[in-house]
Design a protein around this ligand. Structure first.
Ligand SMILES: Nc1ncnc2c1ncn2[C@@H]1O[C@H](COP(=O)(O)OP(=O)(O)O)[C@@H](O)[C@H]1O
Ligand SMILES: [Mg+2]
Length: 134
């Protein structure tokens, strides 16, 4: 288990950038942490690490943003069950050759692949965040 404490959003972006270097095609990464924890900030760094130059924005109104087929960024906050994710075709992206990062994965738990990685972000005091992964 790797555990880090970041002191600002930039440090979380930087950690995401480094984390991206260990990813393989079709990796599915579950992002756990409350609203405002820094999940999207971490994905901004992942995009940098993957050499994606599009700006990563929260996909709240789209469920999923596709960055050049290399990175699929899901926000499942407003989804209600794995069946809904399947009906929307979202689960097809798990096997599309890119990497998937999923915010609020618990909302689509039944549709998730068996093998997923997990990144957990916890708010400490102020701007500090505890970020851990296997
Ligand atoms: N250490 C930190 N890491 C990440 N974000 C931080 C940190 N400190 C403050 N922030 C702020 O917290 C917010 C995190 O937002 P966001 O990444 O969209 O969270 P989430 O996707 O988990 O809801 C941003 O406004 C960011 O500037
Ligand atoms: Mg977010």
């Amino acid at each position: 288990m790797a555990v880090f404490v970041t002191k600002n959003a930039g440090e979380t972006v930087d950690l995401g950038r480094k984390y991206a270097l260990g990813l393989k095609p079709n990796d599915v990464v579950l992002l756990r942490g409350e609203m405002g924890a820094g999940k999207t900030a971490f994905v901004k760094g992942v995009a940098l690490g993957l050499g994606i130059d599009e700006e990563v924005l929260s996909p709240t109104y789209a469920y999923m943003n596709d960055y050049s087929g290399k990175l699929y960024h899901f926000d499942c906050y407003r989804l209600d069950g794995g069946e809904q994710a399947e009906a929307l075709g979202l689960t097809d992206y798990f096997y599309a050759g890119g990497v998937c990062f999923i915010e609020w994965p618990q909302n689509i738990a039944s549709a998730l692949p068996d093998e997923c990685k997990t990144v957990t972000i916890e708010k400490l005091g102020g701007d500090e965040r505890r970020i851990s992964y296997e």
